[in-house]
Design a binder for this molecule. Sequence first.
Ligand SMILES: NC(=O)c1ccc[n+]([C@@H]2O[C@H](COP(=O)([O-])OP(=O)(O)OC[C@H]3O[C@@H](n4cnc5c(N)ncnc54)[C@H](OP(=O)(O)O)[C@@H]3O)[C@@H](O)[C@H]2O)c1
Length: 286
Amino acid sequence: MRILVTGVTGQLGYDAARVLRGRGVEIVGTTRQEMPLGAPDEARAFVERTRPDAVIHCAAYTAVDRAEEEAEFCHVVNGSATQAIAEACENVGAKLVYISTDYVFPGTGVVFYETDDAVAPCNAYGASKLAGERAVRDAMASGRFFIVRTSWVFGIHGRNFIRTILGLAKTRDTLTVVDDQIGSPTYTADLAILLADMVESDKFGVYHATNEGVCSWAELAAEAIRLRGLRTKVTPVPSDMYPTKAVRPKNSRLSKSSLDRGGFRRLPDWKDAVKRYLTELDAIGE
Ligand SMILES: NC(=O)c1ccc[n+]([C@@H]2O[C@H](COP(=O)([O-])OP(=O)(O)OC[C@H]3O[C@@H](n4cnc5c(N)ncnc54)[C@H](OP(=O)(O)O)[C@@H]3O)[C@@H](O)[C@H]2O)c1
């Protein structure tokens, strides 16, 4: 099996390629040089030239606040380029795994979102990722695709909330962190294993995949700081004390019943994932 993984310089792409290589799969990994998503036709041509058995499409415009000012370009990268990749997959008979986000949902209330719940993104990034989802469904009449919505991603290869918090905690006695946005952290090393299992299967469909359990950003920060043995105090604050360009959903709870139905194993608990992540950071001296 030959699998094209987009965005191998990013958190998830890096781990997806690593896990699949570990299983003996031939990987073609792309960066923005080989596959510039701002030029959808180049992305399409790359897939058609490579003729992989499957594409795991991890690359995306992920700067959520900047997307409010660059909504059009963000839409090209996350929507139009995904459409081009999906059409190319259909042409060459490749399966497609498209990584999406909790941000496709409105993020209100307290219930866990099921995969078929109504979507209504509250910011430009979410709208662009939803455009990507719709493009995949429309382009792939064969139905040979997976749409995998995840949230609050952290991994060894790239910037993320935990790294930022641990960096700040080194020099600060107190950190204020929002506590009214609730969701599930996702360790790319865990998600990558699930993606590898999926792409080797024919259990196509829409899935939600995060580490188990929910928390607030303040709880996630406090847990990372505690595990690192630092003394920084986390002061929980409401989101309106921390205004950002893009509106963030308060409810990012994703039901994982889709994984049960598909016969896939759920990811480990988020606290266990953070602990293993810190061990991985230790190993590179961070
Ligand atoms: N991060 C999260 O909390 C989160 C939450 C939910 C869903 N997701 C989704 O999960 C997936 C993986 O996220 P991640 O955190 O691993 O992302 P990431 O670390 O930000 O990496 C993004 C990747 O996309 C590439 N990329 C960005 N713009 C590009 C362009 N115009 N042309 C070509 N490549 C481009 C980046 O290349 P460079 O290294 O060259 O910039 C990088 O390899 C994405 O689809 C994202 O939407 C992420």
